[in-house]
Each structure stands twice: as C-alpha cells, then as structure tokens.
Write a protein that binds this ligand. Structure first.
Ligand SMILES: C[S@@+](CC[C@H](N)C(=O)[O-])C[C@H]1O[C@@H](n2cnc3c(N)ncnc32)[C@H](O)[C@@H]1O
Length: 213
C-alpha cells in the first residue's frame, strides 16, 4: 500500500491547500520524489509547523531527520515563535551534510544543531528538556525510544510520531513484521497511558500527537 492508502486523491488535495513554499523546500520535495526518500511532505509539514506555533515551542528535538525537510518546518515555526533550537539527528553523514546545505539556503541553519549519530542515544545524552519531540526513526525501534522521550520532554510538552498508520499495515492482523509491531506497540503504550493525552491525525501516513501531562 502507498502512504496515501486511505484516500489516494486526498493527498494531492491536502498538499494543494498548503500555502506556497520557498523554492528550496520545493526543491527538497522534488528531490524526495526523484529518489524515493520518505519525507513528511507538505500537508504533514504544515501540520508540524502549525502545532509547533500553537505550542509556542522554542526547543525541538527530531529523532531521525533525513536531509532536513521536516527540520525546516520545525525551524520556521521556532523562528516565528521568537527563536530557539531544533536538533537534527541522523546517523548518516551524507544526509546531515545535505541538510546543512538546504537549511543554510533557507537561512534557518542558525536555529539548527546538527548531530550525526544514533538518535535515541543522542537524545539521552542531551540536556533537555524539550518543548516538542518528533519521532521518525526505524519503526521497529519506536517502543524502545519511549523512556528517553519521557525523560526529555517537559511537562505539557508535545510528542509527534510519524507513520503510525504504516501504510495501512497496522490494520492487517497477519502483518507481524518488527516494524509494524513497533508502530502498534508505541501507539498502544501512549494512547493507554493516562499520563498522555493523544490523538492520531490521519494526514499522509498518520501522525500521533501526544501531550505529556
Ligand atoms: C523517514 S526518514 C526522515 C524524514 C524526515 N523526518 C523528513 O520528513 O524530512 C528517517 C531517517 O532517519 C534515519 N534513522 C532511522 N533510525 C535512526 C536512528 N535510530 N538514529 C539515527 N538516524 C536514524 C534513517 O536512516 C533516515 O535517514
């Protein structure tokens, strides 16, 4: 199933409602389409921007950042909130270098701290606490990332988790892949824990939004 499995026509419609974007963001979207790299895309990017503005977040930590597309949406929001920091973390040197270039062109790089390494270990080693944490690492590793997130998110802070519908695979009881199990387990851990107020927003591949009480 594609990551617009719910309503194939809906994705283009929702992306089309997002205001015009900087040419560099459009170039990043084209780069993702050309190479098949999984970015959040315009509608989910706009949702990330919106929620970061609503929260007034000044400190954001991204787990699994890619070439900086989602980072750019968070950094724009943090800039518009008055400034702060967005942590970009990926274990691939080349992706980190590409992100530095893109964010420099967007003039957002002064807000971003770049880390090359394993994302959960980097979060654990960082001082925190953060206003917002965005999780987009390997799906099988989602459940194990939760304790570090809980430790580093401030009370009232927001967790966003991408791909919680996992292209519909979470709906298939026969799908017992580690990735699918990881997505299902993290989702259940959060929605059944009274310490979180959570909802799944079915934009693109599904984003879990959860506030820590
Ligand atoms: C889905 S992509 C990120 C896309 C990005 N959020 C965006 O929308 O622009 C996830 C990236 O994080 C990397 N990654 C996955 N698990 C990771 C981990 N545990 N630590 C560091 N990087 C990780 C992957 O190799 C990939 O480059």
């Amino acid at each position: 199933m594609a990551d617009d499995f719910l309503f194939p026509a809906m994705r283009a419609y929702l992306d089309g409602l997002v205001p015009p974007r900087h040419p560099e963001l459009q170039a990043m979207e084209a780069e993702a389409a050309r190479t098949g790299f999984p970015i959040v895309g315009p509608a989910a990017g706009q949702f990330c921007y919106f929620i970061t503005r609503l929260l007034g977040a000044r400190s954001v930590f991204e787990l699994g950042s890619g070439f900086g597309y989602s980072t750019a949406w968070f950094a724009r929001a943090v800039r518009d909130n008055g400034g702060g920091v967005v942590h970009h973390v990926v274990w691939d040197e080349d992706l980190s270098a590409r992100a530095r270039t893109h964010l420099a062109v967007l003039r957002l790089d002064d807000l971003v701290q770049f880390h090359v390494g394993e994302a959960v270990a980097t979060l654990r080693a960082s001082p925190g606490p953060y206003d917002l944490i965005f999780n987009d690492i390997e799906k099988k590793d989602y459940p194990a990332s939760l304790p570090a997130i809980v430790e580093k998110l401030r009370p009232g802070g927001l967790l966003l988790v991408d791909n919680v519908l996992w292209r519909g695979r979470v709906l298939d009881p026969a799908d017992a892949a580690d990735s699918t199990a990881g997505v299902r387990t993290l989702t259940r851990l959060i929605v059944t824990d009274p310490a979180w107020t959570a909802t799944v927003v079915p934009i693109r591949d599904g984003i879990l939004a959860a506030q820590r009480r």
